[in-house]
Design a protein around this ligand. Structure first.
Ligand code: URA
Length: 241
């Protein structure tokens, strides 16, 4: 989001008329960043700062897009009765917005996780028809070679009959490391494909999803909002306005 006038932001929620908003501000009942808003023309970025009316947070941004460096040990779910979820890493006002992860990473997988409350965009990015590349770095037990590259490129059929789309495999170093590029996101897919090649995964990390690459400045467990450019790139990929 960009900077926007406070009266416009509050009006966009449909809860108050412009007249009422003017009065609320004059009465010192609208706050941002720990102080009362002085004028209706004051500008804030609602993705960065929570506006409050009478001490209650007001959701103004139509949607929020968060890049998280998922650490190991958290589940990619919005709720879990026994285990901590990735949402626990976000501040409360974002947790209350109903953000959800766009696709899942296993509990022990680290790396790029996108969270949003934009259902249509999430749906579009996950649709196999959109063919959004997901790139993973993996370390395996064993040494990958050309035959593995060819098998993934041909599209593997796993033991349980699961047909995988052709996938990219770039072998790194001595063969115990690689980059895998998937165009779909089936359950435990990277682990299952490489295990089927006799090279079980010992560490897995997502590097990118479409045009969105994990920000190297984000330590595990840290997050930031997507930039306007990143959001626009994802929307254009998903065919969303
Ligand atoms: N493939 C896996 O096996 N696990 C993940 O978390 C993501 C892709």
């Amino acid at each position: 989001m960009a900077l926007e006038r406070v009266d416009k932001l509050l009006a966009s929620t449909g809860r108050w008329s412009r007249r009422e908003i003017k009065d609320l501000i004059r009465q010192g009942r609208v706050w941002a960043a720990g102080r009362p808003v002085a004028r209706p023309e004051e500008k804030w970025d609602p993705a960065e700062v929570e506006l409050q009316v009478d001490g209650q947070g007001v959701d103004c941004a139509p949607h929020v897009y968060v890049m998280l460096h998922k650490p190991a040990g958290l589940v990619s779910a919005t709720q879990d009765s026994r285990q901590a979820t990735v949402l626990s890493l976000l501040p409360e006002h974002l947790q209350r917005r109903g953000l959800f992860p766009v696709g899942r990473l296993d509990k022990d997988t680290t790396g790029l996780l996108l969270l949003t409350d934009d259902g249509p965009l999430a749906h579009a990015l996950l649709s196999p028809r959109k063919h959004v590349d997901k790139v993973y770095y993996a370390r395996v037990d064993g040494a990958l070679d050309r035959t593995d590259v060819e098998a993934l490129a041909a599209g593997m059929v796993l033991e349980d009959g699961l047909h995988c789309l052709p996938a990219g495999l770039e072998v790194l170093g001595d063969g115990s490391e690689c980059r895998v590029t998937l165009r779909e996101g089936k359950y435990h897919q990277v682990k299952r494909m490489l295990a089927a090649r006799g090279k079980p995964v010992v560490a897995l990390h997502r590097l990118s999803m479409g045009p969105l690459a994990l920000d190297g400045g984000l330590a595990p467990g840290n997050w930031r909002f997507l930039t306007e450019r990143e959001t626009a790139q994802l929307k254009s990929l998903g065919g969303c306005p």
